[in-house]
Design a protein around this ligand. Structure first.
Ligand code: HTE
Length: 851
């Protein structure tokens, strides 16, 4: 832990009579009395309401401000570090941050949950109902965005000075409704009723240019230079959200950028009287950050998406340069103060933008700028799916970013010169390494740009990193083996246990203390209690109570009655063919078919729960949702089933909903085709909460299985090499269909319209795809999956065995904390140390001049 010497920015002059803020006042005090008074104060002065006319939302907002006040001293003290010349700062660049609700999390981090609960209670109000008011900022699609949020939590908890940079989408990921069994998308108006956790900082706005052309000229020193004459200028306005570490003084900043029109822009239109034309331009500017693109992988190559990416990256880098210059240092040392992580290639245009800022705007030599750039960036790859690798058509790119196109050509030119020496004559290799794909329409390959412009490249699970080196990034691995490393993903125990599973948290605290919250490895100590019957009973009681909660929630939201004593078999994640929700459905229909054949069949009762959004343009995925809801409609209403199986599709799966789902699971479905899921993080959240996993050897499942022990993990299916081999030998799904009677019967039931009221067309596209193509090998893995599910059921019959396996899963999952992952990034990629944020008894005058 470093403590940095006091630093007052040279330009800062503190007026002598600058006001100070006392500590034990209504903004900071923690007594129940003070909290209640502060709450009433905010209700009156910020919401403008008397208690008797306040809505639940007014009460929530006022309470949120009470909590936010109590974070501000720490936040401002941490913010000062950003301009400290000796502080080294991590910048996490991500187009998505899927934060989830803040209130509960901040209470936990501050350690004031009990006090606030008591204050609410004494006011005669329902704390949980108030918490439920919070609308989560859904500024991400799925795992990639949620990972960024877990990493921000761990950075703060480990006391690492960090800034997250991203986009403040006005509309986040759509809300999902289910109508007639189909997904319907509804705009996510998360800002509608006010968002108390952000602060606009218009004084740190920057300008971002688009389009136009470039001009070259010779400067006064006779050097060749280029200037960009843009067609459009947009203003980026930062909105800051505090990210509080757990029981530490560090409160980092998540700085999200909103696009607005530049006031002075296009004054010519005004002069010629085209008022509406000029306003039209303004509307265009604001479109930039209007909406999150709702595709997980693959991405869509839309101009506006490229412009979103460039917009936030340019804002971020300009902000970092401003902070660097404020610290009194020059840009040759930029990389000593900042390390910037590229969360996939969405921010990879950073490489060209930093070069432009350093060379064109700040006058550095190309070679110096390149060294600074390479040493600043590191790149995380999150996918092996070739269709998810970003590439931009050259002319599309050049239209928005003409200067960056030139810079990328120049980077490529120099890069090619360098590799030519190594790979003389190997034209194919050169073509593969090139930043430009020239085989047909020309494209810029963003992964190649990220690899060349970074000093470190990592995958997100051991298998993923291994496959990266062998496939999509093979040539780069051969060129720069030293740049590559693995950083297996992790999840934050604060949100994914303490906040979402209070019952388990209490049991853990009573049994092994609280150290595990910051040192998740300590969960190991639970193993000493696995043989203790009363502990096991307690464990089971808790799981059942959580399942009852979910049962009630499902009943109150959907009117479906499920049995809390049945096995809760859960698959929640984005809907994608490679994740194979439809394999799960084939198993459900198999059980259903068996019951139909033998009404007295003795099966372990199960509740199958699904949740997840489909990309609006991904029609196969939407049809998979329709298949699930259709099977649910038939199975749930068939008296022959006699409540032995139930199927529930929970609409609008998001962070908030997921917090009641993970803790309630008995069985976690992680059944992607081996080699397709880079890591997965839901798999970790389930197992951490005591669910057993049924899974393939894919992504982090491999490491989870190693950690919990193969005897505590239900493994099935082809391995990644077997998948490749099967395909190479000319996989024919029809053979599996025709040779496996039970599989054939299941597929024929779908075809016959049993789940579509006789309609034989509805699921034909899905079934035909499976029987004739099956790119994700569902049929090849079907028997292995169904057999494995039978083992699951047999195991569940012995509740003692199951409970011990459940406890062992939790006990051995410590490795999958995002604290461990972030520590590895700090040590092996970022080279950063924790910095103590000092708490002064008073907010000092100079602390009032924040960044
Ligand atoms: C992986 C998932 C991994 C997670 O990152 C994912 N990658 C994307 N989305 C994910 O959830 C992704 C989205 C758009 C473009 C490229 C990749 O699928 C975090 O756990 O396995 O590393």
């Amino acid at each position: 832990m470093t403590t940095l010497p006091e630093f007052i920015p040279p330009s800062t002059e503190v007026p002598e009579n600058c006001p100070t803020v006392a500590v034990e006042d209504d903004r900071t005090g923690l007594s129940v009395e003070t909290l209640r008074r502060a709450w009433a104060d905010h209700l009156f002065y910020l919401q403008g309401k008397w208690p008797e006319i306040a809505t639940q939302n007014d009460l929530y907002m006022a309470l949120a401000y009470v909590v936010r006040d109590r974070m501000l001293q720490r936040w401002l003290n941490t913010s000062r570090l950003y301009r400290h010349p000796q502080a080294r700062i991590v910048c996490y660049l991500s187009a998505e941050f899927l934060l989830g609700p803040h209130l509960g999390n901040n209470l936990i981090s501050l350690g004031i949950e009990d006090e606030v609960r008591e204050a609410v209670k004494q006011s005669g109000l329902d704390f949980d109902a108030l918490m439920a008011q919070e609308e989560e900022p859904g500024l991400g699609n799925g795992g990639l965005g949620r990972l960024a949020a877990c990493y921000m939590d761990s950075l703060a908890s480990l006391e690492i000075p960090a800034i997250g940079y991203g986009i403040r989408y006005e509309f986040g990921i759509f809300d999902q409704q289910i109508q007639d069994g189909w997904q319907v998308e509804v705009t996510d108006k998360w800002l509608q009723f006010g968002y108390p956790w952000e602060m606009a900082r218009p004084e740190y706005s920057v300008e971002v240019c688009f389009g136009g052309r470039t001009e070259s000229y010779t400067d006064t020193e006779g050097r060749y230079r280029v200037r960009w004459v843009p067609h459009q200028v947009v203003q980026g306005i930062p909105y800051d959200t505090p990210i509080m570490g757990y029981e530490v003084n560090t409160v980092n900043t998540l700085r999200l950028w909103k696009a607005e029109a530049v006031e002075s822009f296009n004054f010519q239109s005004f002069n010629v009287g085209d008022y509406y034309g000029a306003v039209g331009e303004k509307v265009m500017s604001e479109n930039l950050t209007k909406v999150l693109y709702p595709n997980d992988e693959p991405i869509q190559g839309k101009q506006l998406r490229l412009e979103q990416q460039y917009f936030f990256v340019s804002c971020a880098l300009q902000d970092m340069i401003r902070l660097h210059l404020l610290s009194g240092r020059t840009l040759e040392t930029f990389h000593e103060r900042f390390t910037a992580q590229l969360n996939d290639t969405h921010p990879a245009v950073s490489v060209a933008e930093l070069m432009r800022l350093l060379v064109d705007v700040h006058n550095l030599d190309w070679e110096v700028a390149w060294e600074v750039t390479r040493r600043t960036f590191a790149y995380t790859n999150h996918t092996l799916l070739p269709e998810a690798l970003e590439k931009w058509p050259l002319d599309l790119f050049g239209q928005s970013l003409p200067r960056h196109l030139q810079i990328i050509f120049e980077i490529n030119h120099r890069f090619m010169d360098q590799v030519r020496i190594q790979y003389m004559g190997n034209e194919e290799k050169m073509a593969r390494l090139s930043l430009i794909d020239e085989g047909g329409e020309r494209y810029i390959r963003m992964a190649n740009l990220a690899c060349v412009g970074s000093h470190a490249i990592n995958g997100v699970a051991a298998l993923h990193t291994k496959l990266l080196k062998q496939t999509v990034l093979k040539d780069f691995y051969e060129l720069y083996p030293e740049k590559f490393s693995n950083k297996t993903n992790g999840v934050t125990p604060r949100r994914w246990i303490v906040l979402s599973n209070p019952r388990l948290t209490k049991l853990l605290k009573d049994t092994i203390g609280s150290d595990w919250i910051k040192h998740l490895d300590k969960l190991k100590q639970l193993e000493g209690h696995v043989q203790n019957p009363s502990f096991c009973q307690h464990w089971r009681d808790i799981k059942r109570a959580i399942k009852v909660d979910l049962t009630n929630y499902i009943y109150s939201t959907q009117g479906i009655q499920v049995d809390p004593d049945s096995l809760f078999d859960i698959q929640v994640k984005r809907i994608h063919e490679y994740k194979r929700q439809h394999l799960n459905v084939l198993h459900i229909i198999t059980l259903y078919d068996r019951i139909r054949h033998d009404p007295n069949l003795d099966i372990v009762p199960r509740t199958f729960i699904f949740g997840g959004k489909a990309a609006p343009g991904y029609f196969v995925a939407k049809r998979i949702i329709k298949l699930i809801t259709s099977v649910a409609a038939v199975v749930n209403n068939d008296p022959a089933v006699r409540d032995r199986i139930k199927v529930v599709f929970m609409p609008d799966y998001n962070v908030t909903n997921s917090q009641r789902i993970y803790p309630a699971a008995d069985l976690s479905e992680q059944i992607s085709t081996a080699g397709k899921e880079a890591s997965g993080t839901g798999n970790m959240k389930f197992s951490l909460n005591g669910a057993l996993t049924i899974g393939t050897l894919d992504g982090a499942n491999v490491e989870i299985r190693d950690a919990v022990g193969p005897e505590n993990f239900f493994l099935f299916g082809l391995t990644a090499p077997e998948v490749e081999e099967t395909k190479a030998q000319g996989y024919n799904p029809w053979d599996y269909y025709s040779q496996n009677p039970e599989l054939k019967e299941v597929i024929d039931l779908i075809n016959a319209g049993v789940f579509s009221q006789g309609d034989r067309e509805l699921f034909k596209p899905l079934v035909d795809s499976l029987v004739y193509h099956d790119p994700y090998l569902l049929l090849a893995d079907y028997q292995s999956y169904v057999d494995c599910q039978a083992r699951v059921s047999e195991t569940y019959r012995d509740r003692d065995v199951w409970t011990r396996m459940s406890i062992t899963n939790t006990a051995r999952m410590g490795y999958f904390s995002s604290d461990r992952a972030i520590q590895e990034y700090c040590d092996e990629i970022w080279n950063v140390q924790p910095v103590a944020v000092e708490m002064k008894p008073y907010v000092q005058a100079n602390a009032m001049l924040s960044v």
